[in-house]
Design a binder for this molecule. Structure first.
Ligand code: ZN
Length: 500
């Protein structure tokens, strides 16, 4: 076979695998958005069979042949084929590095641990969960060793979620937050300048909330010709190529802002997936490059655009008309202050823009202890509570509102949390770079958000996963990741709002 024929056969093979991936994804979407509950077991079995086929294609002798052949002629490949090779090779190497027996042991332990965690959370019983957590830590240490025995385990795990991100860099990042954001929150609490925002909990009929969601999607240009919105227990987004990028939300009658901002957040994820260059559409390169960069885009639409003064001015007349007489006493200023209310809290997923990353910092510091020291898992609740008190300033009354609140650790997802926070911090760096080139506030105020999306598309979206997160940062902003931008953004914004 000539190299040209090998490349064509390789791409055809990947197309088949991509189609399988889309089939599995559609079944997951279906399961989360309204498929009959009675079909759950049969569906899970089918998903299992298709997933096994997908995995087999990833590690097949045929795949190895392709990779050997392409690897030997790497310099002769065009840019897109090189990127396809790089991603596929990485997946292949990681997949064959882990013995199948270990994968079986891990999935079984995960299922039990998640189940026990749920019980422990409901009954507020950390001691019940502790041995399973310890087991998950041990298993993830082994997994990390299989994947890369030459790096510290926690760095290996961090890299599975954010390529190239190491503790060395994250230590600097979180130190910046500790020095600048912890005191900022203290100042805000001492300022006595909190506004009453109780109106956000007034009832808003679900029908009205759907109209508000539509207003948000129209405003940011999330086009339902290539998208779709459905309802699920927790909001998420999923995509099947650039012409089919879907989102879900969950409406709460007494908290209309939850679905409003979830719509903007998920529309941000979907917009990223809608804008890869045509040349990489419907290939494994058309999806976002990492968790952190993905989260930077969702947070960009949710916070940098959606919580800006300009955006509030833009949408308030229509929003207030939809909210109707029950909200007649609420002004634009009240709305802006409400969506930027900063306050210490216990629960990460309910935290505001300012305090969110402090919740992540607590998790990061504890994960580091788990993987670099012989910390006793039984000491984790006390450690957690002390750190929440130190950074956020609240007392944790019970473990279900503390160390037991997140599902991640029960499934062995260590190293995932930092990518949530990095998303916000990357977003700040994109934001300040964009502001050098665009009159951001005027564009948003006048409703020209497509100009903002065009900038993000040109600097980030069009590459899909052709570039690594570090390459994207350098290409888009001209410098490496710098946490000072995020600290600057939060300080400027919240000092102005709270009159510090
Ligand atoms: Zn997200």
């Amino acid at each position: 076979m000539s190299l040209e024929q090998t490349v064509a056969a390789f791409k055809e093979y990947l197309d088949k695998q991509y189609a399988l991936g889309c089939a599995i994804g559609t079944m997951h979407w279906d399961a989360s958005t309204g498929a009959p509950k009675g079909g759950a077991q049969a569906r899970a079995k089918r998903i299992g069979i298709l997933s096994a086929e997908h995995f087999k294609m990833q590690v097949s002798p045929q795949m190895k042949e392709f990779l050997d052949e392409l690897g030997a002629h790497k310099d002769e490949l065009d840019e897109i084929t090189q990127a396809l090779y790089r991603l596929t090779k990485k997946d292949y190497d990681e997949s064959v590095a882990v013995p199948p027996e270990f994968i079986g042991e891990l999935s079984e332990a995960q299922a039990i641990s998640e189940h026990i965690w749920e019980k422990a959370k409901n009954t507020n019983d950390f001691a019940l969960f502790a041995p399973y957590l310890e087991k998950m830590i041990g298993l993830q240490k082994r997994l990390a060793h299989y994947l890369n025995p030459n790096l510290p385990a926690y760095d290996v795990l961090l890299n599975t979620y954010e390529e190239g991100m190491m503790t060395k860099e994250l230590d600097v990042y979180f130190a910046t937050l500790r020095e600048k954001i912890v005191p900022l929150l203290k100042k805000i609490m001492e300022s006595g300048n909190q506004k009453d925002n109780a109106f956000r909990y007034r009832a808003v009929p679900i029908e009205t909330q759907r109209k508000i969601g539509q207003l948000m999607m129209d405003t940011v240009g999330y086009n339902l010709h290539y998208g779709m919105i459905a309802e699920s227990e927790h909001p998420f987004s999923t995509s099947f190529g650039k012409h089919d990028c879907r989102i879900t939300v969950h409406y709460h009658e007494h908290d209309f802002l939850a679905a409003l901002y979830a719509t903007l957040h998920e529309a941000g994820h979907a917009t990223y997936e809608m804008n890869p260059a045509d040349e990489i559409a419907n290939t494994i390169l058309d999806s976002g490059t990492s968790n952190g960069v993905h989260e930077s885009q969702s947070r960009f639409y949710e916070n940098y655009i959606g919580r800006s003064r300009a955006f509030c001015e833009l949408v308030w007349p229509k929003l207030s008309a939809l909210l109707g007489a029950d909200f007649a006493d609420v002004t634009l200023d009240d709305f802006y202050r409400c969506v930027n209310h900063a306050e210490p809290s216990l629960i990460r997923i309910e935290a505001d823009e300012l305090t969110y990353s402090l919740h992540i910092m607590v998790r990061y510091e504890i994960e580091k202890l788990m993987f670099t020291t012989d910390v006793n898992v039984n000491d984790l609740p006390a450690l957690w509570n002390a750190k929440i008190k130190e950074y956020i300033g609240v007392d944790v009354p019970e473990d279900k509102l503390g160390v037991l609140q997140d599902v991640h650790w029960s499934g062995g997802m260590f190293g995932y949390f930092p990518s949530y926070s990095l998303g916000s911090a990357y977003g700040a760096q994109f934001y300040y770079t964009m502001k050098k080139e665009l009159d951001f506030d005027s564009l948003v105020r006048s409703g020209d958000i497509k100009a903002v999306t065009a900038w993000l598309t040109d600097k980030i979206h069009k590459y899909g996963s052709m570039k690594t997160p570090k390459e994207i940062m350098l290409l888009a902003t001209g410098e490496e990741f710098n946490p000072e931008y995020y600290a600057q953004y939060l300080t400027e914004k919240f000092s102005t709002i709270y009159g510090l």
